[in-house]
Design a protein around this ligand. Structure first.
Ligand code: GDP
Length: 365
């Protein structure tokens, strides 16, 4: 499954945020028995008002939202890439993540020590991202070394070696792997994918503020927001402490607490939703009397690929998909009414499933 790794310097609020995510997971875990529970992973439902509307219409026995995994990645400090702290294990965990949620401290509190001595989000980001870059440089050096050795007896390896050398130079100049122009080169692409470089991952900045900062952006948040915008990265603002508190409350109480801070939606929900979108994920829906369910796919997936998320037999035996757009479904309320109205489409193997499609697969077993 695609996951998002939570990174940040010590004492910025990562554990507090991860605890809130874990509580959100536990509150829902009975509905998601197929999700394995691991100590450093939180599998949380992605709130989606469309699923709520479909549930109202179909009145099923159960409703399942799409889910997304967050991984708690401890141990990023200055020098992590040199193996200080949790170093290597840390790097292993983060390589598996498809995107990074970078928690940045944006609250002042004299009682909570900042490892670098003061609160300064941009400096912290630089510290973190330098470590990520250094780790990538090491990984590329290792791979280059290996390639050089095997290219001695095999001239056809030369282009890969040279491309890897240029990548190393590019990283050494301080650039992230994500912007390396030759990444799609035939001789490089397989290595590039395999290395899973950290500076190739999408980043979501998570500004952790205190209660005051929720109502009004403080100076730290404003600086971070400008920085994230300049990099075309998503940013979400949360108060990790409030999020943890919210998870213990009934819906009405939670709403009241949010209103008292002048916000309509919890930061956790924004983190979850932003993560889902940053990963390039979309949902299609299945609607029945037993279950209304959102399924997660990647943008661009075809009918058979999307069917494979439900069951591999569905992918292998795919015949066609009966597809109704979300809006049409909501308007006509049943599959048969959609059929009569002519808005149910029969789609074949080449069909690219769209976000919000209500789908019924037909397949051979
Ligand atoms: P981590 O080291 O990044 O995992 O940080 P923690 O989640 O353990 O938080 C470090 C300290 O900061 C704890 O004492 C938290 O209670 C506190 N903390 C976390 N979030 C906030 C916040 O939003 N406001 C304030 N004032 N303190 C916070």
């Amino acid at each position: 499954a695609l996951s998002i790794g939570i990174v940040g310097l010590p004492n910025v609020g990562k554990s507090t945020l991860f605890n809130a995510l874990t509580k959100a997971q536990n509150a829902e875990s009975a509905n998601y028995p197929f999700c394995t529970i691991e100590p450093n992973k939180a599998t949380v439902p992605v709130p989606d008002p469309r699923v709520d509307v479909l549930t109202q219409i179909a009145n099923p026995q159960r409703t399942l939202y799409a889910t997304i995994d967050f991984i708690d990645i401890a141990g990023l400090v200055r020098g992590a890439s040199k193996g200080e702290g949790l170093g290597n294990q840390f790097l292993g965990n983060i390589r598996e993540a498809a995107a990074i949620l970078e928690v940045v401290r944006c609250f002042d509190d004299e009682n909570i020590t900042h490892v670098e001595g003061s609160v300064d989000p941009l400096r912290d980001i630089e510290t973190i991202e330098t470590e990520l870059l250094l780790a990538d440089i090491q990984a590329v050096e290792k791979r280059l070394d290996k390639l050089q050795r095997s290219s001695k007896g095999d001239k056809t390896m030369r282009p890969a070696v040279e491309a890897m050398e240029r990548l190393l130079g590019f990283l050494n100049a301080g650039n992230p792997a994500a912007s390396f122009p030759e990444r799609t080169l035939d001789c490089l692409a397989p290595h590039f994918r395999d290395l899973a470089l950290l500076t190739d991952k999408k980043i979501i900045y998570c500004a952790n503020v205190d209660e005051d900062g929720l109502q009004e952006d403080n100076e730290h948040v404003r600086r971070l927001a400008d920085f994230a915008a300049a990099r075309s990265c998503d940013m979400v603002k949360i108060c990790a402490k409030v999020e943890e508190e919210l998870q213990g409350l009934e819906e009405a109480e939670a709403k009241e607490l949010l209103e008292s801070y002048g916000i309509g939606e919890s930061g956790l929900v924004q983190v979850i939703r932003t993560g889902y979108h940053t990963l390039g994920l979309i949902s299609y829906f299945t609607v029945g009397v037993k279950e209304v369910r959102a399924w997660t796919i990647r943008q661009g997936w075809t009918g058979p690929q999307a069917a494979g998320v439900i069951h591999s037999d569905f992918e292998r035996g795919f015949i066609r998909a009966e597809v109704i757009s979300y809006d049409d479904y909501v308007k006509h309320k049943t599959e048969s009414a959609c059929r009569s109205a002519g808005v149910l489409r029969s789609e074949g193997k080449e069909y690219i499933v769209k976000d919000g499609d209500v789908v019924h697969f037909l397949f051979n077993v």
